[in-house]
Design a protein around this ligand. Sequence first.
Ligand code: PLP
Length: 332
Amino acid sequence: MRLTRLPRKRLANLPTPLVSLDRLSHELGGPELWVKRDDLTGIGMGGNKLRKLEFIIGRALEEGADLLVTTGGVQSNHARQTAAAAAASGLDCVLVLSGQAGPAEGNLLLDYLFGAEVIFTDIEDWDEREALLREVADSYAQRGRRPYVIPVGGYSLEGIAAYVSGFLETWNQCLQLGIDFDAIYLASGSGGTQAGLAAGAAVFGQRVEVYGVDVVPEQDGLERRVRDGARDFLDRAGYGTGDLAMTVVEGYGGPAYGIPDEATWQAIELVARAEGLVLDPVYSGKAMAALIDHIRDGRWGRGHRVLFWMTGGQPALFTFTDRYRVIRNTNI
Ligand SMILES: Cc1ncc(COP(=O)(O)O)c(C=O)c1O
């Protein structure tokens, strides 16, 4: 398997910017911080899944699909980017979302805007939901459609290959700027993005540790999915099974998936007020809370350079209006 020969549908605005966070670095008094703006990948309001979808839709089109079927929570960024990417590729899209059909806000509003068909389910379990996805796809196939099933979070060989490619893109930017990084921090959910970055570092022989912050408290199997996914890519691409420099960071998932704790809000507010950069409360805010803790604990300090990989997710922010409920109006 060769990265350059994998089928690919160009959708994302690449390369995404690599930007220094001078004011945040100064505020935290620690390492030099940079951000990779994968929230700016473009269509559908951007995010990390668009990189994956370039390779996933490339494969789907090659197989003659006319319909994408995927799953996620009601506020899934993966589902919203799939709906947008399907629209931009001339494909139909069916989303099986776990949770209640609440108000059409945030990502769900955008799912409808992009013309996706939305089916709600109360099944939360990952494997059971994937089984349901296959049933939904079969029912469309029986009606003469050609569905292509995208697993939870776009976790697949194609998705991982996309982030090996994302690593290469960043490495090229680093070469131009004459910099390198000691660590990369990002939010990890299905683990595919982290797996791709860790595999990318191994492919290009870079000594950078990839820290994936688990956004789901007490999630089983994230570390295994990241390792297995990275190893599978390296194996199939002929790079052997060398050491992987990756860590899954637990303890920052908050009370539940999708629910931020106070540390997450403080991280989001710190970054917004220092840099005007908008993080999200479900993924990147939790990852930033972990990075800030690691800086305050002294793991990273002056002389280090750390890259925060911003994976997007901002539409969900607009479902958290309670955080800034106006208690008292002052008329001047
Ligand atoms: C904004 C955001 N960040 C990070 C992730 C995690 O990516 P992965 O599923 O590849 O671990 C997701 C996944 O849905 C996401 O929407």
